[in-house]
Design a binder for this molecule. Structure first.
Ligand code: MN
Length: 312
């Protein structure tokens, strides 16, 4: 999960830092492999680690599976983050160390809060045949909850906001006065846009920074074309935005108040210090129960120690 970085548009990136001037920066996602699934990792970028508290975005598919490979991930731990799982097509069964077992279908939300530690597996039906498409996002938990108890939520239905040429589904946070029932530990927003050709005008918050990830189709925004495989960072300081829709498009809009505290990400963990990562690594390696146990037909995922542990 720690593949080499391939980053585009570095030359344009420095302008973003610290300003409150609206900006647009398009960066390439990098290809990564998660089990049998190749993903386009839009976050983190080398010079754009977070958007609000959003710290990770893997866009997977669309990929067609005929039975031999499976788009699933065996038991692995998380710490200090929430996972947001959103499908456009296909289905998965989530299992975790709290005993949750939950099938997720397109249009539904799985939200897992890891806190001090949890283990989960995401299983495709076996054999899986069909098209698999979606996104998994992580939200860095704030100091107040990151060492708290883990929890899991499934939302079968989420509120929608109707725009002139489509709809926005509110996964987490508030958009146009409509609030998702999903748990939120910091001031952030995630919506899915399902848009027809035309022009979409959307209300934004000046104190939020925003980014768009296109899942299918293409958007036009302030002279840029935004297609799948990129992170379009929109900066902060906007009251609204007008997006051109070139063809029927599905996209994720992320937003939030920029996080003040620097976070450290390693493997499946979000923390603040290297020592926390060493502790988490040891708990997983020793299988000492810190992360709990999950019943799954899949194998537990191993990891090499963090490099700063090997060197001391
Ligand atoms: Mn996971």
């Amino acid at each position: 999960m720690n593949g080499s970085m391939h980053i585009g548009d570095d030359k344009d990136r420095d302008r973003d830092v610290g300003g409150s001037t609206p900006t647009v920066t398009i960066a390439d996602s990098r290809l990564a492999q998660v089990g049998d699934l190749s993903v386009r990792r839009a976050l983190p970028q080398r010079t754009r680690r977070t958007v609000g508290a959003w710290c990770f975005a893997d866009h997977f598919g669309p990929a067609t599976f005929s039975g031999d490979d499976r788009p699933d991930v065996g038991p692995h731990p998380h710490m200090g983050l929430q996972t947001v799982t959103w499908l456009v097509s296909g289905e998965l069964v989530h299992r975790d160390s709290l005993g949750s077992e939950q099938k997720i279908k397109p249009g539904q939300l799985n939200l897992m809060s890891a806190g001090k530690g949890i283990t989960h597996a995401e299983e495709a039906s076996s054999p899986f045949r069909g098209t698999f498409h979606g996104i998994q996002l992580w939200i860095a938990q704030p100091e107040e909850t990151r060492n708290g108890d883990p929890s899991f939520e499934h939302h079968r239905e989420l509120p929608r906001v109707y725009l002139s040429n489509g709809a926005a589904t509110v996964l987490v946070g508030s958009f146009a006065g409509i609030t998702s029932p999903a748990r939120r530990d910091s001031d952030h927003l995630g919506i899915e846009l399902d848009l027809r050709t035309g022009k979409a005008i959307m209300p934004l918050q000046r104190d939020y920074e925003y980014a768009l990830i296109v899942l299918s189709g293409a958007l036009a925004f302030e002279g840029h074309i935004i297609e799948p495989g990129h992170l379009a960072y929109l900066g902060d300081g906007r009251d609204e935005c007008t997006i051109g829709v070139r063809s029927p498009t599905r996209a994720i809009l992320l937003g939030g108040v920029p996080i003040a505290e620097p976070i450290l990400m390693w493997w499946n963990f979000v923390g603040r210090t290297r020592d926390e990562m060493i502790d988490a690594y040891r708990h997983w390696e020793d299988d000492d129960g810190w992360f709990g146990h999950v019943k799954s037909r899949l194998d537990r995922i191993p990891v090499a120690p963090p490099p700063w542990m090997v060197n001391r």
